[in-house]
Design a protein around this ligand. Structure first.
Ligand code: GLU
Length: 286
């Protein structure tokens, strides 16, 4: 099968260092495999979105030499496909409505069944996927063998929120299949979402791609970098410093003498192999 990779930013802000690393890593893997690199804007959570962010991210990528093989897919145009997946799960009895409030859930991490007995008139429910006591195992290309008991780790998780928005897990799975993605390369903060996505793929009869989770970028005090973006600004009008740092973060060559982003990427590609990428789960951004 031909390799198809993707970069799937959420338009909640400008491109930051962690997402640049995911973009560079997924682009290099796709180019190294002679495959395609696709874009997907995950704009299905309006309350969290920042106006202009999608445009800003999409405009920044070519400045870093990261060119895609097709126009981006916007998840906001894909609601009918999520509706169809949701109806499929509903028809199979795999989802149920949940009226629990945040307060109801505050005592424990997981839904505990209480709302089944108490639908609230006039209030829309969230919809949860029924999760059996099941172990999901997969081999991550960098993080190695993974195993998660979905019942204890995630419980009956929400796939459609009270406001009617579809959850990231459902939209991601439907669109990875729609875009024909064969390898998902993304940040390690999503490692623990992967078993939920694999389980959803099984419920919906969709293929499971390969997964590679890149180390999470931390700031000097060990916090996830996206929480302190100001310390590591990404400037598309001056792309070389951030691109060099992103390549160095991935243990790839980044010559100080090379003056073009595309040339830096080509040099990294010449020496690229997935084995030489860092296998750790997180590291300082440098
Ligand atoms: N949209 C997600 C994010 O920006 C990434 C989703 C994914 O790569 O699966 O964190």
């Amino acid at each position: 099968m031909d390799y198809r990779g993707r970069f799937a930013p959420s338009p909640t802000g400008h491109l930051h260092f962690g997402s640049l690393v995911a973009a560079v890593g997924s682009w290099l893997c796709a180019r190294h495999a002679g495959g395609q690199w696709l874009l997907r804007v995950e704009d299905i959570d309006p309350p969290r979105e920042m106006p202009g962010s999608a445009e800003s991210i999409l405009a920044a990528l070519p400045a870093f030499g990261l060119t895609a093989d097709a126009p981006p897919l916007f998840q906001s145009t894909r609601i009918a496909a999520y509706d169809a997946a949701f109806e499929q799960l509903k028809a199979a009895g795999q989802v149920f409505p949940c009226w629990c409030s945040r307060n109801d859930l505050a005592g424990g991490l997981h839904w505990d069944g209480q709302c089944l007995a108490a639908p609230v008139e006039g209030r829309a429910p969230a919809w949860r996927l029924r999760v059996p006591d099941i172990e999901i195992a997969f081999d991550d290309a960098l993080q190695g063998p993974q195993r998660q008991n979905l019942r204890t780790a995630a419980g009956d998780f929400v796939i459609r929120r009270v406001e009617g928005y579809y959850a990231y897990q459902l939209a991601c799975v439907v669109d990875d299949a729609y875009q024909g993605i064969t390898q998902v390369v993304r940040g390690n903060d999503l490692l623990d979402s992967t078993p939920r996505q694999i389980y959803l793929q099984r419920c919906l009869g969709l293929p499971t791609p390969g997964y590679m989770h890149l180390p999470l970028a931390l700031d000097g005090s060990g916090r996830k970098l996206s929480k302190s973006e100001h310390a590591h600004p990404i400037d598309p009008t001056n792309p070389l410093p951030a691109l060099r740092r992103a390549l160095a973060f991935l243990d790839l060559p980044a010559s100080p003498l090379t003056r073009e982003p595309a040339a830096l990427l080509t040099q990294a590609l010449e020496q690229f192999s997935a084995e030489r990428l860092p296998h750790c789960s997180e590291r300082a951004a440098g």
